[in-house]
Design a binder for this molecule. Structure first.
Ligand code: ADP
Ligand code: ASP
Ligand code: MG
Length: 815
């Protein structure tokens, strides 16, 4: 014998009812006569509750009731042959008339008791089950509608009635043995008390009805048919990457569902557990999928936890004071009091100093709990042995669950690391002594982010998602998007990493979409759907969305975004940037940014500030971290100046070389912006700071390449004229160099905490003698690299290599 239960969404439409019939037909054809427990059509219990409450508040209910009736009628009309429809419609009409009368009474009395509410909501299950039994009759003539109020006997706690198992068992056994050859369709969720008054078993209680039938009848299995593939690792509405679990133990299922996984009603597990009857959760819309088996043992699993669940809204009360220390029975008194008044305590933690007890309750119980405690502990409070009680609201509980946790150390470390790195503050912690569950209390606004972060951390085999906000869509930004798009598949496969661009802004427009912006047509999307750019609002949206593993990329060269860096770090968001302004501003700012990033456990990557994609910043960092000491750094870090001096070696005049470099796009529109050495100075300054020197820009001595007249020229044309006039100066330099078999190089040097940038002549023994194109080169002389320096050399400018550098660091944030 099997018991099948179909939930609201499985009976909510013609399509789903057809699926349900298909599942039953297969069993029927094998000669099986399962018991089918049905819920109300989806949304109906909620609707009836609202109508009843509205009626009590004097509001009209007619229109909604008519719609509800029409929905049921529509199903009858599409699924039952015309000639058989009438009696079904008539019976449904009777139900709806009764319902209307009841609502009318509530409306007239302006009063709604739990008892009346139970009677009103019972129509949901009665209508759907009656209707479906009649649809089924067309295929299984022995179909029979069963009103569970005749069989499930409860106490009179309306709204959450407790089943009298002994009585119920007898009634079910007798009834079923008289109807063995029938296809029974039983109303879920409802029962009746000893006086025959209608009761309900608690929201989601149809699952429980199925478990009671299954257990009383010693069913071989209880199947819970719903609209997902089984019990998933987390709530799929919040965690998109949640996946179905093949096996769970009763305890695990209980812990997961108690903590909010709605898919099964927690009390369902008890009767099944006592008789060791497996519960199988399956998808009505994909019947071939095996679903989740809930059974006695938890099965083997490659993951240390089974799932993550949460309670969206809890209130926390904290009881503390010297009066508690060493007082045996104190917590006993507290919790007995709450239990006596039927206040359900969701979670308890007590500090080992016994100085405080923190516990969580449903928000609707918080004020009552506070008052009760204040009465009970009045004397202690008056004597200041207890501090005044406070309620904290807008909190959530997140729990990781799994029997394997017991054997696996480091679980809580992993949990807290993931939460900490994403800036999620943990308000209280509890671990059940069973070690099946570690729970934390966090702020409600962080819940979705926390669930996704923790899911990523524990199910590492799955892809981790980086949520990226990009500022700047110019050469580097645009190229980065191209590279990410091309590498998407590779990253997913090889790095288990998914990069989702969720925000893009340039100086004109901005677009934010938490689901991700398609990089195939980001330009069009930004143009068409984007709003007017507003950096402040872009940053606020990034903070408010509060997405896990969030990264801010600044691909601009402007100062304004750098003003926000500190705030971004404080929101636990990492930054990757090629913009050197922040690091080359005041030393104080440089230091603050580094410290803030470290304190908030996020990354600040800026390799592309110096030498584009070349590993310069990273190399320096590695040297420093491994305890080496920098003695001297020599570098050519201006691609433009490199290009110019590399080409000023033959027939062309200095003027022509510069002009040509400009034509080829190697210089800024005004070549003096490169030749004045500011950009180079900034790079040297950043390196010096990373090497441990607290320098300011004014500490860097920059030897001008250009004669004063060139620097002072009032526009670019005038500059070129002056450059022609200075030809002798440059030729002379070149000749002196040539005579000594040397070449001209513009070199930055850091030594003894001092930075200088000079135009120098170097001979062929110098590592910078041969340098091609616009290459950068840097040599580190350190305590370890003392005889022969460590040299990094290669292309140090260009959109492709810079974007690649940014990309590499982005991937590193995900690592
Ligand atoms: P039914 O109407 O079939 O009883 P419910 O709405 O009670 O279905 O439960 C199914 C829903 O539970 C799913 O649609 C899903 O959105 C939600 N849910 C929440 N947490 C989980 C979880 N961990 N695993 C599966 N489903 C979950
Ligand atoms: N219809 C009831 C509810 O929505 C019972 C159930 O679906 O399990 O709570
Ligand atoms: Mg349910």
């Amino acid at each position: 014998m099997k018991v099948l239960k179909f939930g609201g969404s499985s009976v909510g439409s013609t399509e789903s009812i057809e699926n349900l019939l298909g599942i039953l037909k297969e069993l029927y054809s094998k000669g099986e006569r399962p018991i089918t427990v049905l819920s109300a059509m989806s949304g109906v219990t909620n609707l009836l509750t609202t109508l009843a409450e509205n009626a009590a508040a004097g509001q009209d209910f007619d229109k909604s009731l008519e719609e509800l009736e029409a929905n049921h009628f529509a199903i009858v009309k599409s699924l039952i042959e015309v000639r058989c429809q009438n009696p079904v419609l008539t019976q449904l009409k009777i139900y709806f008339n009764e319902l209307e009368e009841l609502l009318q009474s509530v409306y007239s009395l302006r009063e709604l008791s739990f008892q009346s509410k139970d009677l009103i909501i019972s129509y949901g299950e009665r209508c759907s089950t009656f209707m479906i039994s009649k649809v089924a009759e067309q295929y299984f003539p022995e179909s029979s509608y069963v009103d569970a109020r005749e069989l499930i006997k409860t106490d009179n706690r309306f709204g959450n009635a407790q089943v009298n198992l002994a009585l119920t068992e007898g009634l079910i056994k007798e009834f079923v043995s008289d109807n063995l050859d029938k296809m029974l369709f039983v109303t879920g969720f409802i029962g009746s008390d000893e006086k025959g008054r209608t009761t309900s078993l608690g929201r989601g209680g149809s699952d429980y009805t199925a478990a009671i039938f299954g257990s009383v009848l010693n069913a071989e299995r209880i199947e819970i048919w719903t609209d997902v593939e089984g019990m998933l690792t987390a709530d799929p509405r919040i965690v998109k990457k949640a996946f179905p679990l093949p096996v769970l133990s009763y305890t695990e299922a209980m812990e997961l569902s108690y903590f909010g996984a709605k898919v099964i009603y927690p009390p369902t597990m008890v009767p099944a557990f006592l008789k060791r009857i497996p519960i199988i959760i399956r998808n009505t819309f994909n019947p071939s999928f095996p679903g989740t088996v809930i059974q006695y043992d938890s099965g083997n699993s490659e993951f240390p936890i089974k799932g993550i669940s949460s309670i969206n809204s809890v209130s926390v009360l904290n009881l503390s004071g010297s009066g508690m220390i060493g007082k045996a029975g104190f917590s006993g008194r507290l919790f007995t009091l709450l239990a006596r008044k039927q206040i359900n305590v969701i979670l308890i933690t007590q500090s080992s100093s016994e100085h405080s007890i923190t516990f969580a309750v449903h928000p609707s119980d918080a004020i009552r709990a506070k008052r009760l405690i204040e009465q009970e502990f009045e004397l202690e409070l008056d004597a200041n042995k207890l501090l005044p009680l406070e309620i904290e609201n807008e909190l959530s509980v997140l729990a990781i669950v799994g029997e394997n946790m017991k054997q696996t150390p480091g679980m809580s470390g992993k949990l807290f690391y993931a939460l900490g790195r994403n800036g999620i503050n943990v308000r209280a912690i509890a671990q059940g002594s069973s070690e099946y569950n570690i729970s934390v209390i966090i702020s409600q606004k962080d819940l979705s982010k926390a669930l996704n972060t923790v899911h990523d951390a524990f199910f590492a085999e799955l892809k981790k998602t980086l949520h990226v906000f990009c500022l700047g869509t110019g050469n580097i930004g645009g190229t980065l998007f191209k590279q990410i798009k091309t590498q998407h598949g590779f990253l997913q496969e090889n790095n288990d990493l998914e990069i989702k661009i969720v925000g893009i802004s340039n100086s004109r427009k901005m677009l934010v979409d938490a689901e991700g912006i398609d990089l195939n047509d980001w330009k069009e999307a930004l143009d068409q759907k984007g709003m007017a750019a507003d950096l402040n609002s872009f940053i606020s949206q990034m903070k408010e969305l509060n997405l896990p593993n969030c990264v801010f990329i600044d691909n601009t060269a402007s100062e304004s975004p750098t003003q926000y860096y500190e705030e971004v770090f404080r929101s636990s968001i990492s930054i990757v940037t090629c913009n050197k302004i922040a690091n080359s501003g005041s030393f104080k700012q440089y230091k603050t940014l580094k410290d803030t990033a470290r304190n908030f456990g996020v990354d600040f990557y800026y390799e592309t500030n110096v030498g584009a994609g070349l590993p310069i910043v990273r190399t320096l960092k590695d040297l420093m971290m491994s305890g080496d000491r920098i003695i001297r750094i020599e570098a050519i870090l201006s691609g433009t100046i490199s290009y110019i001096f590399n080409n000023f070696n033959g027939e062309s005049s200095f003027h022509d070389v510069v002009l040509n470099a400009q034509k080829l796009g190697y210089t800024e529109p005004d070549p003096r912006d490169d030749l004045n050495g500011t950009d180079f100075m900034r790079k040297m300054l950043i390196l010096a700071r990373d090497a441990g020197y607290a320098l300011e820009a004014t500490d860097v001595k920059v030897d001008a390449i250009l004669p004063q007249a060139c620097i002072g020229a009032h526009n670019v044309e005038a500059f070129y004229e002056e450059l022609k006039k200075a030809e002798d100066h440059f030729n002379q330099l070149k000749e002196v160099a040539a005579k000594e078999k040397k070449v001209l190089r513009y070199i930055g040097i850091l030594e003894n905490g001092k930075v200088e940038i000079n135009l120098e002549m170097v001979d062929e023994t110098h590592p910078f003698y041969t340098l091609s194109g616009s290459d950068n080169v840097i040599s580190f002389t350190t305590e370890r690299y003392i005889d022969r320096p460590l040299v990094v050399k290669g292309p140090g400018a260009g959109a492709e290599v810079t974007a690649a550098g940014v990309f590499a660091e982005l991937v590193n944030v995900g690592a």
